[in-house]
Write a protein that binds this ligand. Structure first.
Ligand SMILES: *Cc1c(COP(=O)(O)O)cnc(C)c1O
Length: 223
C-alpha cells in the first residue's frame, strides 16, 4: 500500500471515529506530517488534493515548501516542532499555523514579527501535559497565565492548544486535560492525536490530528 492509499484509509478512519461519537467529520482536519520526507514524496499527496501539512523543523520546511507552495498556493502549513526565537522571522514567513508557542520569549518575538511584517499566522499554544523535562510546551498549571499574557501583553490571538503526550503513558488523560484547559480559556482548536491514537483524540475533541508515519510510512531517523 502506498502513501495515497494510506491517506485515503486515514481519512476513512477519521470520518468513522467522528461519526462514532456524533461529531461532524468535517470538524476534524488532518495534518499530514511530512518531516524527513522529501518534496517528491509529498507531491502525490498534493496532486491528490490534500492541502494541510505539518513539519517540525523550520530549516527543513524552508528547504521543502516554498517551491511546493508556488505550485499549490492554497497549502496550509503547520509548524508542530519547537520554535527558537532566532527562527521566528522565518517561521512567520513560512507557516500558516504555528502550533508550538510555549514561552514569553517566543510570544514577544512573534508579536514583534507580526507587527513588522503584517503577516499573521494562526497560533496555538503547546502544553507539556506530562510535565516532561525534555519536552517543549508550557506546564499545565502555567497555561492560563501564559494565555492571558499572550493576549494582554503581546496582543496575540491564540486559537487553540497542542500537546504530545508521553510515549509511555495512556494518552486519554492528556487529551482530556488539554480539552479542559482549552474549554476554560474559550479556545476552539485542539491539535492532538498522532498515528497511533488519533481516533481516541477525536473522541476527546481533537479538531486537528497530526498523522505522519501512518500515511508517509516509517521515518528513516527520529526527527
Ligand atoms: C512526528 C510528529 C507527529 C506525527 O507522528 P506519527 O506518530 O508519525 O504520526 C505528530 N506531532 C508531532 C509534534 C510530531 O513531531
Amino acid at each position: 500500500m502506498g502513501a495515497l492509499d494510506r491517506l485515503e484509509s486515514t481519512r476513512d478512519s477519521i470520518c468513522r471515529a467522528a461519526a462514532d461519537c456524533g461529531r461532524e467529520p468535517r470538524s476534524v482536519r488532518l495534518v499530514c506530517v511530512t518531516k524527513t520526507f522529501p518534496a517528491e514524496a509529498v507531491l502525490p499527496l498534493l496532486e491528490a488534493g490534500h492541502r494541510i501539512f505539518g513539519e517540525n523543523r523550520v530549516q527543513e520546511a524552508a528547504a521543502k515548501w516554498p517551491k511546493l507552495r508556488e505550485k499549490y498556493p492554497d497549502i496550509e502549513l503547520h509548524l508542530i516542532g519547537p520554535l527558537q526565537s532566532n527562527k521566528t522571522r522565518e517561521a512567520v514567513e513560512l507557516f500558516d499555523v504555528i502550533e508550538s508557542v510555549d514561552r514569553e520569549k517566543i510570544a514577544k518575538a512573534l508579536s514583534d514579527e507580526i507587527s513588522k511584517t503584517g503577516k499573521r499566522p494562526r497560533l496555538f499554544v503547546q502544553v507539556n501535559t506530562g510535565a516532561e523535562p525534555q519536552k517543549a510546551g508550557i506546564l499545565p498549571e502555567d497555561a492560563d497565565g501564559f494565555l492571558a499574557a499572550c493576549r494582554d501583553n503581546y496582543g496575540l490571538q491564540i486559537e487553540g492548544l497542542m500537546c504530545v503526550p508521553p510515549v509511555d503513558q495512556q494518552a486519554s488523560p492528556h487529551f482530556a486535560l488539554l480539552a479542559d484547559i482549552a474549554a476554560r480559556n474559550g479556545l476552539s482548536e485542539l491539535s492532538m492525536g498522532m498515528s497511533s491514537d488519533f481516533e481516541l483524540a477525536i473522541q476527546l475533541g481533537a479538531t486537528y490530528v497530526r498523522v505522519g508515519s501512518a500515511i508517509m510510512g516509517e521515518r528513516d531517523y527520529v526527527a
